[in-house]
Design a protein around this ligand. Structure first.
Ligand code: FAD
Ligand code: SF4
Length: 473
């Protein structure tokens, strides 16, 4: 019988965090896994609310209190089964979701000041430990149909779609231009948030379930979309959003100014040993680095530079700390690791200096109110300009969706729909075209868990189109 007052007797524990002085020199996850006893104790803090707000705030609507109960009772495999009923990548969401803004932010204990149940860490624990103990998704009752779906993009949206399709007996062939699956999970999010072995393990599981990956294959270049469309019964497009937002100020393309994503990908490939011979390794060792931006990508760049041995890492953001769009947890981690923040600073220009360094001109911004749903326009404070000298600037202003010429050509050739640049909608299936879309390419830069949701919903829709009614996961 569980103790209803456990939440008062035991404080919140999301797993030990490796000390900043140790973690800032290695590319390893910073949160240690929970042991079975701690996971059960932490799960026992759940109040089993009648109307669990955590579930509503979780974008895939995980059955959180139910799997917490199973963990408390030590029923690991049942917890893994239940967890996979709503989430195709629970061990990954448990690691990278901004829980403070989602499930844990909505936890009744958080509202009551007791510290939220550590939902993310327990979600990660369930699948990590179940995999270690030999659990795999049960495919024994799957009856394979003759249907075959192409998925373009092996990011979380594409993987989630493939997962649901094969569990329902539909072949899924996933195309990606990269050499590994994961999309931004592999070529974006750094190892200190998500070690790449976690993604590799998920790849093995999906392949065992019957998902086929066709990698190093860029649609529109190595294979035409028409060919893919004609060879499959449906297509799910999950291309992501890779159009880096520009600052629009002079000097953005100067030598020494680097874009966030190429920098992060270069670093991951150095770690994986897959950096192409023609690409030089980028290192911030001994450099003074200024990162421009305030989202998760900016935090990832600052902390990567720290781990590469940068002499000093500054991060300039145009609004105040409370208005930062990224996870609070990641800002705190960056600060602990030695990142220094410049709030309310807008870059105006980057100028090269004699000796190869850069002079970044920053102006102070002001606004009546910051943060909240309504973000007021910023004004530059006259005469507030200051110069920050550095060796490298990393630009991390986020990403927008972009159109693909080959897809626009396809749409106009169908004559059913005119291409609508930069505004991919999800209504193509309604117009009789067997193409579904989801994830960042539709939403714009967003979250892993929302991409997972889109992939799963697209699969559900495709199954309905195929009149495969056994929607089971
Ligand atoms: P992606 O993950 O971008 O995958 C798209 C895939 O499509 C890629 O593999 C790409 O190679 C492939 N592709 C594109 N065009 C083609 C083509 N023509 N042919 C073949 N393949 C193609 N979210 C969080 O929830 N937590 C975080 O901590 C977090 N950190 C982030 C850090 C960084 C640096 C970045 C950039 C994003 C971060 N995000 C985070 C956001 C999250 O990664 C994305 O929202 C999510 O990955 C989107 O999934 P997706 O499947 O839509 O697209
Ligand atoms: Fe929380 Fe994300 Fe897991 Fe949902 S998927 S329970 S939001 S960590």
């Amino acid at each position: 019988m569980s103790d209803v007052f456990q939440f008062m007797k035991l404080s919140r524990n999301p797993g030990d965090k490796i000390e900043a002085s140790v973690r800032k020199i290695e590319f390893k996850e910073i949160y240690q896994p929970l042991h079975a006893v701690d996971a059960a104790d932490q799960a026992g803090r759940c109040l089993s609310c009648g109307n669990p707000y955590c579930e509503w705030q979780c974008p895939v609507h995980n059955y959180i209190p139910n799997w917490l109960k199973l963990v408390e009772e030590g029923r690991l495999f049942e917890a893994a089964e239940l967890s996979h009923q709503t989430n195709s990548l629970p061990e990954i969401c448990g690691r990278v979701c901004p829980q403070d803004r989602l499930c844990e932010g909505a936890c009744t204990l958080n509202q009551g000041g007791f510290g939220a149940v550590s939902i993310g860490s327990i979600e990660k624990y369930i699948t990590d430990e179940a995999f270690k103990a030999g659990w795999r998704p049960d495919m024994s009752s799957v009856v394979w149909s003759d249907k075959k779906v192409a998925i373009i993009g092996a990011g979380p949206a594409g993987l989630a779609c493939a997962d649901v399709l094969v569990r329902n007996g539909v072949k899924a062939v996933v195309y990606d231009r990269y050499e590994e699956i994961g999309g931004l999970l592999t070529f974006g999010i750094p190892e200190f948030k998500l070690e790449k072995e976690v993604v590799s393990q998920r790849r093995r599981v999906l392949e065992d379930m019957g998902v086929q990956f066709v990698l190093n294959t860029e649609v529109g270049k190595d294979i035409s979309f028409d060919k893919i469309y004609s060879k499959h019964d449906a297509v799910f497009m999950a291309l992501g959003a890779y159009n880096a937002v520009q600052g629009g100020f002079p000097g953005e393309n100067n030598h020494g100014v680097i874009k966030a994503l190429p920098y992060l990908i270069n670093n991951v490939r150095q770690s994986l040993g897959t950096l192409p011979a023609i690409e030089k390794p980028i290192s911030m060792r001994g450099k003074r680095v200024l990162v421009l931006g305030g989202g998760d990508t900016a935090m990832d760049c600052t902390r990567t530079a720290i781990r590469q041995g940068a002499k000093r890492v500054l991060c300039a953001y145009r609004r105040n700390e409370a208005s930062m769009p990224g996870s609070r947890r990641e800002v705190m981690n960056a600060r602990e690791e030695g990142v220094e923040f410049l709030w309310c600073k807008q870059p105006i220009a980057i100028e090269p200096m004699i000796g190869g360094t850069l002079a970044v001109k920053l102006a102070e911004t002001s606004t009546g109110s910051q943060g909240g749903a309504e973000r007021s326009a910023l004004q530059l404070v006259e005469g507030s300009d200051e110069i920050v000298e550095c060796d490298h600037v990393i630009i991390a202003f986020g990403f927008q969706k972009e159109s693909a010429k080959w897809f626009e050509d396809f749409l106009s050739e169908t004559k059913l729909i005119s291409a609508n640049k930069n505004d991919y909608s999800k209504d193509l299936p309604l117009r009789g075209i067997n193409v579904w879309m989801g994830g960042d390419m539709v939403r714009g830069a967003d979250l892993v868990v929302r991409a997972v949701f889109d992939g799963r919903m697209a699969a559900k829709d495709i199954l309905e189109r195929f009149e495969i009614s056994s929607w089971m996961v």
